[in-house]
Design a protein around this ligand. Structure first.
Ligand code: ACO
Length: 402
């Protein structure tokens, strides 16, 4: 029987909810999510509608400021971002100190953290509030910084932003343009990227977003808070899963393509420690609406680009096998957003170790919106309680007598 005295701490009763499975940490007007029905809406607009009709920057504006922008609001927002895409050359000196094989997520979080040193008005509470400018800087500079890691891994010089291009095209230019020829952005690639970024833009109080809010609740500046969110995203149970999925699918391919062996290993997750990456979700217990859109996008993009990726067939085989297996059905484990996203990133030429960085670029508007809402709601500092399970009072024994 459950012993309620286990929930007692020194001062009274405390709710114990490991992993916050059923604890609301805040009230929020940004994202609506119904895990049973598989519904996701940003500020009331369905994810399906936004993915089909909006641009990523429109969605960013919607999340951050609460409404879709008018044409003039959008032009102003986009122009401001274009003006801030360049990154301080001294930041590049920091970047140059990283080893060539540094993981791009470690580099990204470090450099976003370093931004607070370059913009000290972000933490000077007596300075004029420049939150809007910090928001623009983050949105503008994150893609630039992200592309540096790729360029370095190739042994190529970095590409400066080309501000006549829009947000997604500029990112592709910084990634893939080479000095030998004029780089033409493929509209199929730009559109696929636009959809992926929109699908990742917010997801209410997930691990990284809760981290951003919690760090920000101590009144830490926006750069430090977002940097903390990037680190939280990196873990393989969260955003890092997109890299793990492709590596797992590659392993299955190298192993002869037999998905049933991997299904069996995952069914014994407790013994094998192996989980099917890209499967399961804390909130979605029916289907992940983002995964539906991404699966179709993966088919479309590969067909339009003429890419034949055997890994896509393995992914489909794995999904099919899991959906018909009692273990996965009983536990309501379905493919999540990360299951098919890597296949598209690969087709776009983005290397595997940058997949989680792509997620971070997409999630940035959500983190910003949630940080801003938390500040505007004047939320108290986040400070969970605990149930102490250690020893009771003990007498100190000097080192000679231990
Ligand atoms: N493969 C095999 N078994 C799984 C998996 C999986 N991917 N996910 C959950 N299970 C099993 C657990 O072993 C557990 O089994 P039990 O009832 O026999 O003990 C049961 O399903 C419930 O799992 P929990 O870990 O309690 O579920 P939780 O809500 O805490 O975890 C999570 C959700 C972390 C997403 C989990 O499903 C997982 O690890 N998935 C793989 C990693 C992944 O894809 N992460 C990305 C999530 S989406 C995102 O962050 C964008």
């Amino acid at each position: 029987a459950f012993d309620i005295s286990n929930l007692r701490d020194q001062t009274g009763y405390v709710t114990l909810d490991r992993g916050y499975k059923n604890t609301g940490a805040t009230q929020s007007a940004i994202t609506f999510l119904d895990g049973e029905e598989g519904i996701l809406r940003y500020r009331g607009y369905s994810i399906e509608d936004l993915a089909a009709k909006a641009s990523f920057l429109e969605v960013a504006y919607l999340l951050i400021y609460g409404e879709l922008p008018t044409k003039s609001q959008f032009d102003q927002f986009e122009n401001a971002i274009r003006h801030h895409t360049i990154v301080n050359e001294d930041m590049r000196k920091i970047f140059e100190g990283f080893p060539v094989n540094a993981h791009p997520m470690g580099v990204l979080s470090s450099l976003v953290s370093a931004m607070s040193a370059f913009y000290p008005d972000s933490y000077d509470e007596r300075a004029e509030d420049k939150t809007d400018l910090h928001i623009i800087r983050l949105l503008a500079k994150l893609p630039t910084i992200a592309t540096w890691s790729f360029k370095k891994s190739q042994g190529h010089p970095v590409n400066y932003p080309k501000n006549t291009l829009n947000y997604t095209a500029n990112f592709l230019h910084m990634m893939f343009a080479l000095p030998v020829a004029e780089y033409q952005v493929d509209p199929v690639v730009a559109e696929a990227l636009n959809v992926l970024l929109i699908l990742h833009a917010d997801h209410e109080q997930n691990c990284s977003t809760s981290t951003v809010r919690l760090v920000g609740s101590s009144r830490a500046n926006i750069y430090s808070s977002i940097s903390a969110g990037i680190n939280a995203l990196w873990g393989p149970l969260h955003g890092g899963a997109n890299q793990e999925v492709i590596e797992m699918l590659e392993d299955i391919k190298a192993d002869g393509g037999d998905v049933s062996k991997y299904i069996d290993m995952a069914k014994n997750a407790k013994q094998t420690g192996f989980r099917l990456f890209g499967f399961g979700h804390r909130v979605y217990k029916n289907f992940d609406p983002r995964a539906k859109i991404i699966k179709k996008a993966a088919d479309d993009v590969l067909a339009k680009l003429g890419v034949n990726d055997p890994v896509l067939d393995i992914a489909k085989g794995l999904e099919e096998a899991a959906l018909n297996d009692e273990y996965f059905v009983q536990r309501k484990l379905y493919p999540n957003v990360d299951f098919y996203s890597g296949i598209i990133y690969r087709a776009l030429g983005i290397p595997t170790n940058m997949f989680t960085v792509m997620f971070a670029i997409g999630r940035l508007p959500g983190w910003i919106a949630q940080w801003k809402e938390m500040r505007e709601q004047k939320e108290p500092i986040g400070r969970p309680r605990q149930i102490y399970t250690g020893p009771t009072l003990r007498e100190f024994v000097s080192i000679e007598q231990r």
